[in-house]
Design a protein around this ligand. Sequence first.
Ligand code: FES
Ligand SMILES: [Fe+2]
Length: 422
Amino acid sequence: MNARLDHSTLTSMVDEQPHEFRVATAAYRGPEVFAQEMEQVFYKTWIYLCHESEIANPGDFRSTQIGTRPVIVAKSREGNVHAFLNACTHRGATICREEKGNTRAFVCPYHGWSFRTSGELIGIPDEARYHENFDKSDKNLKPVPRIASYGGLVFGSFNPDVEDLEIFLGGAKQHIDIWLRRTAGSSYKVATSHKYGYEGNWKFQSENVYDGYHPGFVHRSAFNTVRKFEGSFENRALDVAVRQQGYTRGYPEGHGTLEAGAPLESGGIDPAVRQAYTDKLTALYGADGAAEVLTNRQFLIFPNLVIFDFNIRVIQPIAHDCTEVYSYPLLIEGAHDDINSNRMLDAQTRVGTAGILSADDIDVFAGGQNALKTEVFEWITLSRGLGKEEVKPDGERVGVYSDEAPQRAFWRKWCALMAAAS
Ligand code: FES
Ligand SMILES: [Fe+2]
């Protein structure tokens, strides 16, 4: 058992002054902080489980994790969504070893106990050998006590008293709504994930997704390569090292966005198909509404779900210095093949495992973690735009594209949760 960090140690890890916002490097380091993060962040708040399209039919299931706890999400015969700990109630074996599929029942590989997709224990091999008073009814799979969805995104929480999902989503809800409008009245279908891992803390990836300060530097060579081949990124201001156009936003609920203020254009779509898509959006939402929908936008739902225009990314903490990332391309049901193949191409070439961006970033994360091991420096600084951002009455903070407003929102929420029960 790791020693628990006390309240003052945790609250002192985030130091906010009018002129500077600092985070202790200790917050990225060591099993103690990590164990406490699992308890006080991952098991206390809502965590994304899967997209509804992945469990569309009775018997469909997905295995995933809430923090380091393995979880199964499944649709029952009755069509209800259930989530439970992926652990057999006999002796704890992992009951589902597949990432996704469809089944009538989960059968434990160890001694063959079987459970309905609703979690109910239905079969014990050679049951007669148990005592006549042996109670099966309390041996159903252990449910995740809260489950809810918004906009096709299914979340679960191990905290029975967690606030309602829509309260938790707060300011991020409007961005989910805009992202949904990209389907032009249809819905998303999630494709098979790309996966990668790195030897660094999970928070490096969370902080990176809305970091508009870094692309002109760490991705410069990637952008130069793209420029040579044209097509993708054709409308982006690639020559601007530090971009001011566009926005970053941080919300009191810990969520944050990066908005380019312009569309992310991808090559390869027939101009007529692209125009038809834009026309459909315009008919549905008006010219301004369509422009808003097409604006390049990526946001983090605290603590570990990332929504890009073209994919969903899940940041999975494994240990304080080990993280896995699952990246799910998003197809639009019923859209023209050009649009969907372009979305797959974006996943493969830009944000996927072998894409031009992720490799640059994870190299930085691993390097950062290695440097933190030395404990030679105590604080990192997330102060860019502090005191210059717009602070709205409801607590939303708006900065320019290269500000660190969303990272500060993340850490304020992290600190509040970590300090809450210690
Ligand atoms: S541990 Fe699952 S049947 Fe024994
Ligand atoms: Fe990046």
